[in-house]
Design a protein around this ligand. Structure first.
Ligand SMILES: Nc1ncnc2c1ncn2[C@@H]1O[C@H](COP(=O)(O)OP(=O)(O)O)[C@@H](O)[C@H]1O
Ligand SMILES: [Mg+2]
Length: 293
């Protein structure tokens, strides 16, 4: 157990029944107002998240965590999520916690480590990165078929399992056109924000909910693949540029030419990324089409 930052006792108490005893706890992340742990017991493992009540963040992470629980239930009912992914959720003295089934995999950035260098230009790497793109699209297509968009498609919210397939995590910001969430959607990470979402964010007030769409997820997928394969984000701006100016640059719909930054030539993969990054949402391929290309 990490004594310095233990998970909420209320959550561990709840998990005792499903994980068994003894349990070990490992802190995975502590950022932007929320923390995540891996909790392992003889009967299984979960990812446990809780808001950090002391964090100085403008986002209300406790409300987002309650919202993610609501999304997990709705997505499961709609058939977009495997029953059993949601393990449990509840209140603790500092806010909210949420536990989901452990997905054993590496973040996409790490899965692309070999592909990112010149030595990645080898026959075994090509099907592997195409497989990541296709299975990532397949997971998105399953959500899109029910009308939901993930709305936070980015390299840290997808894990690549050892045998290859991509798995989506982090459903906190998911959007459905018929559902008004507790916390208005104001975009997620800047670098994978689609141009039309960037435009909507720039032209509406901070409390106005924007509904992210499947086409915006497709742009996020292309941006994530671009970023992880080349090491460059798809739109040119400096790291210290204010978010609003980054969004202005993205809203123009112009991306860096992939041919100038790719580590090696792979026309099929480049075509897939370029199609996802089309500035016109209606011209992007659906996740379903990407999954079978
Ligand atoms: N189901 C899961 N399986 C394995 N690791 C997970 C899972 N869910 C979350 N994590 C880990 O916890 C981190 C934070 O979880 P996430 O749901 O992305 O919340 P947030 O981005 O709000 O911190 C992830 O980047 C990942 O490392
Ligand atoms: Mg996340």
């Amino acid at each position: 157990m990490d004594e310095a930052l233990p998970p909420p006792g209320e959550a561990l108490h709840h998990l005792a029944a499903s994980l068994g005893t003894p349990r070990t706890t490992k802190l995975l992340s502590d950022r932007r107002g929320s923390r995540a742990w891996k909790v392992t017991g003889p009967d299984g493992a979960v990812a446990l998240k809780a808001n950090n009540p002391d964090a100085d963040t403008v986002r209300d992470k406790a409300a987002e965590m309650a919202q993610e629980d609501d999304h997990l239930r709705r997505l499961t009912d709609a058939g977009a999520l495997t029953p059993g992914y949601r393990i449990g959720a509840g209140a603790w003295e500092g806010g909210r916690w949420l536990a989901v089934r452990w997905v054993d995999g590496a973040p996409v950035w790490r899965a692309f480590a070999l592909a990112r260098g010149p030595e990645g230009d080898r026959p075994s790497v090509r099907p592997r990165i195409l497989g990541i793109a296709r299975t990532w699209a397949e997971r998105l297509a399953r959500m899109h078929a029910t009308g939901w968009a993930h709305a936070d498609v980015q390299p840290t919210n997808t894990l690549i399992t050892n045998d290859g397939p991509a798995e989506l995590i982090d459903y906190a910001l998911a959007c459905h056109p018929d559902h008004t969430p507790r916390v208005p959607y104001r975009g997620a990470i800047t670098h994978t924000t689609a141009p039309e979402i960037a435009h909507a964010l720039l032209t509406t007030g901070d409390d106005i909910h924007i509904t992210a769409t499947p086409a915006a997820d497709a742009w996020g997928l292309g941006a994530s693949l671009f970023w992880c394969w080349t090491g460059h984000r798809p739109v040119a701006y400096e790291d210290d540029t204010p978010r609003e100016d980054k969004l202005r640059a993205i809203a123009k719909g112009v991306t860096i030419p992939l041919s100038g930054v790719r580590p090696w030539a792979f026309p099929e993969f480049e075509g897939l990324i370029a199609a996802c990054l089309h500035p016109d949402p209606a011209s992007r391929p659906s996740a379903e089409a990407l999954a079978s290309c």
